[in-house]
Write a protein that binds this ligand. Structure first.
Ligand SMILES: [Ca+2]
Ligand SMILES: [Ca+2]
Length: 130
């Protein structure tokens, strides 16, 4: 009888936990669903991604996002794109930087820089032409 109760209890526990896993939602899409270069993970590869990559690269050149860097030391920066200067008053978040590092190297050379932003724009333009 004890064995039956133990098995029954285990089955009830297993069934009660199943819906939690089935209904679990994640904010970040699975890696297989992410387009290389889609650094803001919105499912589209466009000029916004190129702008984010350029911002990251400009900030990186100013010493941001490196080991030992203090986000409180961020004094602001800006990105000029297509003649429009956008001022940034806050640094990118750790999550944004992680996404840029993970998905921003679109040309696969091991760095995320202006050439990746160019590749994003080329890919975006090619999609509009097709
Ligand atoms: Ca995107
Ligand atoms: Ca690259």
């Amino acid at each position: 009888m004890k064995k039956f109760i133990s098995l029954f209890s285990s089955a009830v526990l297993a069934l009660s936990a199943a819906p939690m896993f089935a209904n679990a939602e994640t904010a970040v899409p699975a890696d297989s669903d992410i387009i290389c270069g889609d650094v803001n993970l919105d499912g589209a590869l466009d000029a916004t991604d190129a702008t984010i990559i350029l911002r990251y690269y400009a900030d990186l050149g100013a010493g941001c996002y490196t080991d030992g860097w203090d986000p409180a030391s961020y004094t602001g920066g800006g990105t000029e794109y297509n003649g429009v200067f956008t001022e940034h008053k806050t640094p990118l978040t750790d999550e944004q930087v992680a996404n840029i590092k993970a998905y921003g190297d679109i040309n696969g050379d091991g760095n995320v820089d202006g050439s990746d932003a160019s590749e994003v724009l080329i890919a975006y333009a090619a999609r509009d032409i097709q």
